[in-house]
Design a protein around this ligand. Structure first.
Ligand code: CMC
Length: 434
């Protein structure tokens, strides 16, 4: 549904008494927005909103979040339904094209993605330039950025066919790049993709198979991986997606934009939180210590935050976290793993959710709180967690990038500022400086 214009919003300059009317725009669902695009030309003022807590940066038809109700929809479908009934590639199709594919469309899409999973052989040389102990996210930033030097035929952002080829290449090659980053870090040979496996099965194969042994993909783990990828596929205008859009708004090619997104995702306040959760749980060690960590998290003089708790948009339980917790139980049960960290995490959640500080601020577990426990049980070291998030989010990044490029109102992103530095002053020659 397109946007409509329902009302105006008035702004009064108290100093001059002048009144300015600004249009109010309504989307298909969710809060209306005040259209401030003509504010500066009309009033000579900018808005000031560090962290963009009250700013809508674009029009989008991909993902809707109702943070108060704890609802997440992709193209109108609930995340819980997609996680239960769909597959990652179906969700990728949905995000790219706007609707779920029919049987024929799905088969063609799966085929096309599958036949783009191999990397240019020369890219493998890039890995050898990294230290063995490099963080895999550092390798991801470098190798994904380098893709634009290999696939010149899909960097013309004004060509719709080239845009689609770049999108398919990114979705298809990201698992191969991620698996190679992992294999490089543990000194094992790289595995080439296997086209007879599904997207998630192939990803597990490339990560965990070794040439000396037969590798049987565990269907429970393949299902859990697929679900994890669905849960992380897109999440509206978060930091990394906004980074991709901002980088892309200058006309940069999509491979370079994805590298920018990966860099933004790496931080512990965003995609790095799942790694930080596991590190935190390991540090806490025993449930008797939870109280002192909760106390630290509440102390305003201590920078420590409870990792995996809180969200800019959700002021209710993150719907992805609910599915993740259920998946966590399924995986641990199938593998016969009795991880004391799961019990510790559940106890943490219980204590924090009964605490006035967390209740008042609506701080609930987010998607990252339980994902690390599943990934650890599946055999991933914690520094790979954010890499998996990047593999999944590539779908959201590329779909949002494509939507932006195809938006006729798109302009280069260029925020302004509240300047508080020195006003103009004469240059002081070096001999006259104190
Ligand atoms: N532990 C303790 N206090 C917290 C936490 C936390 N995890 N999160 C927020 N608060 C407090 C914060 O100190 C503030 O208190 P006060 O009002 O007294 O100043 C209040 O809650 C509001 O927090 P905020 O920093 O204004 O909220 P924000 O929207 O800027 O930050 C956040 C959102 C996700 C960065 C933050 O909640 C956080 O740092 N959480 C831990 C990191 C984390 O789990 N990140 C993953 C996010 S979900 C995955 C993703 O989308 O990337």
């Amino acid at each position: 549904m397109s946007k409509t214009n329902s009302a105006t919003f008035s702004l009064i300059n108290d100093a001059t008494g002048e009144k300015f009317a600004m249009p109010v725009l309504d989307g298909s669902v969710g809060p209306s927005v005040i259209d401030v695009r003509r504010l500066y030309t009309q009033t000579g003022h900018f808005t000031y909103d560090p962290g963009y807590t009250s700013t809508g940066s674009c029009e989008s038809a991909l993902t809707y979040i109702d943070g108060d109700a704890g609802v997440l929809l992709h193209r109108g479908y609930r995340i819980e339904d997609l996680a239960e009934q769909s597959s990652f590639l179906e969700v990728a199709y949905l995000l790219l094209y706007g609707d779920l594919p029919n049987g024929g469309e799905r088969d063609k899409f799966v085929h096309d993605i599958t036949y783009h999973t191999m990397l240019h052989e020369q890219l493998i040389n890039f890995y050898r330039g990294f230290r063995r102990d490099a963080h895999p996210m550092a390798i991801m930033c470098g190798v994904v950025g380098a893709l634009s030097s290999f696939y010149h035929d899909s960097t013309d952002i004004n060509d719709p066919h080239a845009r689609m080829v770049a999108s398919y290449r990114l979705i298809a090659k990201m698992p191969t790049i991620a698996a190679m980053a992992y294999k490089y870090s543990i000194g094992q040979p790289f595995n080439y993709p296997q086209n007879d496996l599904s997207f998630s099965e192939n990803f597990l194969y490339m990560l965990f198979a070794v040439p000396a042994e037969q590798y049987e993909v565990n269907p429970v783990l393949a299902k859990a991986m697929d679900r994890l990828l669905i849960l992380h596929a897109d999440h509206e205008q978060n930091a990394s997606t906004s980074t991709v859009r901002l980088a892309g708004s200058s006309g940069a090619n999509p491979f370079a934009c994805m590298a920018a997104g990966i860099a933004s995702l790496w931080g512990p306040a965003h995609g790095g939180a799942n790694e930080a959760v596991l590190n935190m749980l390991n540090e806490v060690g025993h449930k008797d210590n939870i109280g002192s960590y909760v106390k630290k998290a509440k102390d305003k003089d201590d920078p420590f935050r409870l990792m995996g708790f809180g969200h800019r948009v959700y002021k209710n339980y993150d719907p992805r976290a609910k599915v993740m917790m259920q998946s966590c139980h399924e995986v641990l049960e199938d593998l016969g793993v009795d991880d004391p960290l799961l019990e510790l995490a559940m106890e943490f959640e219980k204590i924090a959710r009964e605490d006035e500080y967390f209740i008042e601020r609506n701080l609930y577990p987010n998607v990252d709180f339980y994902s690390g426990i599943i990934l650890k049980a599946m055999g991933f070291p914690s520094d790979m967690f954010t890499v998996l998030f990047a593999v999944a989010r590539t779908v959201g990044w590329i779909a949002q990038w494509k939507e932006m490029i195809e938006d006729p109102t798109q302009k280069i992103g260029r925020p302004r500022q509240l300047y508080t530095g020195p006003t103009e002053r004469p240059y002081v020659p070096i001999n006259n400086r104190k």
